[in-house]
Design a protein around this ligand. Structure first.
Ligand code: F6R
Length: 232
């Protein structure tokens, strides 16, 4: 595991964008595993500024809220469009986000796993971390190992994500997420941590016991992880 500490969020965002850019330069047809939330927004801005060629890049997102379709401003599809896709030359048909409005969610999950293998797996997986140690929406649990699945969000996740909604009641209670198993199959993983409140859980994840109670701790078992973090 390679650990990089940056001075501040701006430097962190530049570093993350630089790692993603390198990946695309080395392999213009890269499959990027992408995340939403506050953490990657700065890196996405840097990528937009870079004028990098995304025309052959494929992207597949970690998760989506159940019940929201892509036109809903709170959906992760909408987030990706506004924060990245609309500003770069990626082909819309090469971008994948789970369909939270699907009639048969089980089928959606199975289809997502099929899509992952059709793409040949993820070359570079970008991850944020939740205050409870979640990656994707894999909440603390008794076991690791699930593929893409529907998850009940933890109370702490609902509270943390309420900032994006008018009230906590509006936060969907479920999401579709790539599983730990799906995430661990990525060839390279980039874990990004940007606020002081998360340093404790980051330390637990990278130096503590490997346990599904701290989902991110599984990353200790992956052979190619870069952690980029800052404390301010
Ligand atoms: C988002 C995702 C989540 C977030 C995590 C941190 O697609 O999968 O695991 O990365 O909740 O969120 P922020 O960055 O908003 O603190």
């Amino acid at each position: 595991m390679k650990i990089i500490k940056t001075k501040n969020y701006q430097e962190l965002s530049k570093k993350v964008a630089e790692i993603i850019s390198e990946q695309i330069k080395v392999n213009p047809k890269s499959v990027l595993g992408l995340a939403t939330g506050s953490t990657p927004v700065g890196a996405y801005k840097e990528l937009i500024k870079s004028n990098l060629d995304f025309s052959e890049v494929r992207s597949i997102n970690l998760d989506e809220y159940v019940g929201l379709d892509g036109s809903n401003e709170q959906s992760y599809r909408y987030f990706m469009e506004k924060n990245l896709f609309e500003h770069i030359n990626i082909k819309k048909e090469n971008t994948y986000v789970p369909n939270g409005k699907g009639e048969n969610l089980q089928k959606e999950c199975e289809g997502y796993e099929e899509k992952l293998s059709e793409l040949g797996g993820v070359d570079l997986q970008l991850l944020g971390i939740g205050l409870n140690g979640h990656i994707g929406f894999n909440e603390p649990d008794k076991i690791f190992g699930k593929n893409t699945h529907v998850v009940d969000l933890d109370e702490s996740t609902l509270e943390a994500n309420a900032r994006f909604f008018d009230s906590i009641e509006e936060v969907p209670k479920q999401a579709i997420t790539m599983g730990i198993k799906s995430i661990m199959q990525a060839k390279k993983i980039l874990l990004v941590v940007n606020i002081p409140e998360k340093i404790k859980i980051l330390e637990k994840a990278i130096y503590g016991d490997i346990t599904p109670e701290v989902p991110a701790s599984v990353l200790q078992l992956h052979q190619d992880v870069i952690v980029v973090y800052c404390e301010e």
